[in-house]
Design a protein around this ligand. Structure first.
Ligand SMILES: [Zn+2]
Length: 227
């Protein structure tokens, strides 16, 4: 398939822990379009001190959320870059129906659209298991997982011998809440694209290679063929 022009985007939706980040970079590469993550865009704009970045910073300094329209402005600006000539893969946005409306309003103004949406689906229980078992080294920031990637000696970093700790964000109750908030806000977005017939659900609770094959199939791209 392939995106034909600026302003045609593919959305990748999935809860925290669904493995979306890894899959997003892979998919963008296969499609030959940039991987645009809203969190990265916001960080880059603030660091570079762009007009949009400074506007966002002002909200954050007051402890307010950055308005959806401002994030959409950053996305639209990113779509103007030469490497987005055939569109982009959007990762992590929209998360709410309001964001979805803001994004589509701007795309339509420019003659663009959401071409496809993909929802990487993983059972809530599995998401919490994946996220809750993470441990990090205080010294070198290496990460481990108590079940999937344990250190050889409990509580100690394999690479540097540093002490391992669990970030507050990775504690079970906090993780479960984060997942539930995501599902509450984002499932309506998933349903909306599904009703329009442009959403594909992918079972993300399978080995990475199998998920990748399903993603390629969903977007009609064959391995090794650059779109
Ligand atoms: Zn370490």
């Amino acid at each position: 398939m392939a995106l034909q022009r600026h302003d045609e985007v593919v959305l990748l939706l999935g809860a925290p822990g669904a493995g979306k980040g890894t899959q997003a970079r892979y998919l963008a590469d296969v499609l030959g379009v940039p991987h645009v993550a809203s969190g990265d865009l916001l960080r880059e704009n603030r660091q570079r001190g762009t007009q949009l970045g400074r506007a966002a910073q002002a909200y954050m300094d007051r402890g307010d959320l950055v308005p959806d329209d401002l994030v959409v402005d950053m996305i639209v600006q990113r779509l103007n870059a030469p490497d987005a000539v055939r569109g982009a893969l959007l990762d992590g946005f929209p998360r709410t129906l309001g964001q979805s409306a803001a994004l589509e309003g701007r795309l339509v103004e420019r003659g663009g659209r959401v071409r496809n949406a993909i929802y990487v689906e993983v059972p809530t229980k599995v998401l919490v298991e994946r996220l809750a078992g993470r441990w990090m080294c205080r010294e070198c920031q290496a990460t481990y997982h108590e079940e999937f990637y344990p250190p050889s000696s409990h509580g100690t970093c394999d690479s540097c011998g540093g002490e391992l700790y669990q970030r507050l964000d990775d504690k079970r109750e906090v993780v479960a809440n984060r997942v539930n908030v995501y599902l509450r806000d984002t499932l309506p977005v998933v349903n909306c694209y599904e009703q329009r017939g442009i959403l594909r659900r992918i079972d993300g609770n399978r080995p990475i290679a199998v998920v990748r094959a399903a993603l390629r199939q969903a977007l009609g791209v064959t391995e090794g063929v650059r779109a």
